[in-house]
Design a protein around this ligand. Structure first.
Ligand code: PEP
Ligand code: MG
Length: 586
């Protein structure tokens, strides 16, 4: 037995086998049963074959296009992949240490990466990238179609304790907490979330363990005490029996658990929680999470692949109608295409991965409402499809990337035209609320002017933060400056909320910020009562809300709006939420 000591941030005892999750590498390590070893080795062999085939196809395609130099790079990757030593090393780890193949591949990749980076010859040193590429491909092929942590963890059996380098809210939202008894992290949390997250999830947690994810072997028995901060690894039988008796009974806390009724704060303030969705298949998750509606449907995700077919009115109409009917009687807010001209030209999916980062062309260019207004036919087709779908349920139209009043007026004019086209066809649409995303700083400052022109608005903090703070999150040199608790962001949110209230129009917030329980508490203090978030975050948000008082948060928000720095705001936020402050240790 050995003992690690960190900082207990969420009470209770959790006992289970360690599952190690390395957030940055998105890799998971667990111990195989003896009987699983053969099938793991078979999976490894198939992954190698798939990788080989893919590399041959890529190389041939490039060679045919006449780029011999580039093609030879893939020859080199094929040689690496086919090197019998490489696979033998991975197989040995799987067999001897009984670890899952994916982790074994990562171990071998790290080892080779080290060797290459120490080489004198700069050309050879550069080959480190190729090694990483080949090994990454092998890992990807080991779990085709299984990309999320939730999928990864689905291979793990029995009660377990998650040991990770760090746990972000977005990662936590994807984990099935009905199976994970608790978690331990290397990082402390400068981030205000980890502790709040653990409490909202109602799982015991210890943070600030420095290197637990390296020191604790996958499959080891771990007992953690979220009060004292102790983490016992492979405790003796007697200790284990005592700890098991103190362990929490697993409660149903899967993110898919059905929940009914609106969310409420401890002092009885109703908070509306809706879901952000990208695909019609997400409707099921939204309903299961108890979403009161769809607060944001990112319609550009409809345009996967064949834009020509999908962009026609009939196809769009059917898609919107099925969303509205699928969610009925709850309302659905459909955002018109938030594409940029490059995406439109390349007819590609808006982002290779789901979510809001990546895939865009010039972020300050012809995007969202600007693009739609520059292509009135394209926009009118979408508006006609939306207006027709509105006859089948509760639908609101949301305009993205609006910077000022002119754009809204022009969009309204085109919506009226679309309604006339339908009326001429004998298909008079019902009145449909028209709203805007507030995600450009100019729109936030002009919220009072915009509020006179629209029926509702929703604050898109993902874009608002990056444009207000001038931070490109993809640039790691400045990404740490992307900070939702920046005083300017809190002030902008407050400006928008007050402008909407004065005008008496609904205002919500649909950026990622709302999925972070600590930030959600502050947003309630800033007066927001409606949020839209990824479905998996809704049950956690609901639990957090039940624990806070809106009036306490209102008092705190008033104070926060006068504090000068992110640090001062987050420190006070933790105090108000009665959570010990923990400083980052890794
Ligand atoms: C936002 O910007 O906050 C938002 C919700 O829109 P998207 O993430 O689709 O850009
Ligand atoms: Mg946006």
């Amino acid at each position: 037995m050995h003992r690690l000591t960190g900082i207990g941030v969420s009470g209770g005892v959790a006992v289970g086998r360690a599952v190690v999750l390395i957030q940055n590498a998105q890799a998971i390590r667990f111990r195989l049963r003896q009987t699983q070893i053969d099938s793991e080795l078979e999976a490894l062999a198939s992954a190698r074959d798939r990788s080989h085939q893919q590399l041959v196809e890529i190389r041939n395609g490039i060679a045919q296009a006449g780029n011999a130099d580039l093609a030879s790079l893939f020859d080199a990757q094929l040689l690496m992949l086919d090197d019998p030593m490489l696979l033998a090393r991975v197989e040995a780890l799987v067999r001897e240490e009984r670890i899952n193949a994916e982790w074994a591949v990562q171990q071998v990749a790290d080892g080779l990466g080290e060797i290459f980076s120490r080489l004198e010859d700069p050309y050879l040193r550069e080959r480190r990238g190729d090694v990483a590429d080949v090994m990454g491909r092998l890992r990807m092929n080991l779990r085709p179609g299984r990309a999320t942590p939730r999928d990864l963890l689905s291979a793990v059996e029995g009660a377990c304790v998650l040991v990770c380098d760090e746990l972000t809210p977005s990662m936590a939202a994807q984990v099935d907490w009905s199976r994970i008894q608790g978690f331990a992290t290397d990082a402390g949390s400068r981030t205000y979330h980890t502790a709040i997250l653990a409490r909202s999830l109602d799982v015991p947690a210890v943070v600030g363990l420095h290197d637990a994810s390296r020191r604790i072997a996958a499959g080891a028995i771990v007992a953690l005490d979220g009060e004292s901060g102790d983490v016992l690894v492979d405790p003796d039988e007697a200790t284990l029996t005592t700890l098991k008796a103190r362990a929490r009974r697993p409660v149903a806390r899967s993110s898919g658990e059905p929940v009914n009724g609106p969310a409420q704060t401890a002092d009885g303030v109703a908070i509306r929680l809706e879901a952000n969705v990208e695909f019609p298949a997400d409707l099921h998750a939204a309903r299961a999470a108890g979403a009161e509606g769809i607060g944001l449907y990112r319609s550009e995700f409809l345009l996967a692949g064949s834009l020509d077919e999908l962009v026609d009115e009939e196809t769009q109409y059917r898609a919107y109608r099925s969303l509205v009917e699928g969610m009925a009687p709850r309302p659905v807010t459909i955002r018109t295409f938030d594409l940029d001209d490059q995406q439109l030209a390349s007819r590609s999916r808006p982002a290779a991965a789901r979510g809001w980062t990546g895939g865009r062309g010039n972020p300050l260019g012809l995007r969202g409402m600007r693009l739609s207004l520059s292509r009135p036919d394209f926009f009118r087709t979408q508006l006609q499809a939306l207006l027709r779908a509105a006859a089948h349920g509760s639908l609101r139209i949301l305009l993205p990337f609006v910077s000022g009043v002119d754009e809204v007026r022009e969009a309204r004019r085109l919506a009226a035209e679309a309604a006339s086209v339908l009326a001429a066809r004998g298909d008079t649409p019902p009145p449909v609320p028209l709203g805007i995303m507030i995600e450009i700083p100019s729109a936030a400052y002009a919220a009072d002017l915009l509020a006179r022109e629209v029926d509702f608005c929703t604050i898109g903090t993902n874009d608002l933060i990056q444009y207000c703070l001038a931070v490109d999150r993809a640039d790691e040199r400045v990404s740490h400056l992307y900070e939702p608790l920046h005083p300017a962001i809190l002030r902008l949110i407050s400006i928008v909320r007050r402008a909407a209230d004065r005008r008496g129009i609904p205002v919500s917030l649909c950026g990622e910020m709302a999925s972070d329980p600590a930030l959600l508490a502050l947003l309630v203090g800033l007066g927001l009562r409606e949020f839209s978030m990824t479905p998996a975050a809704i049950p956690v948000a609901r639990r957090l809300l039940a624990d806070i008082r809106a009036d306490d948060m209102r008092r705190f928000a008033r104070e926060a709006l006068r504090l000068p720095t992110v640090q001062a705001i987050s420190r006070r936020l933790l105090e108000v939420l009665s959570v010990r402050e923990v400083t980052r240790t890794t």
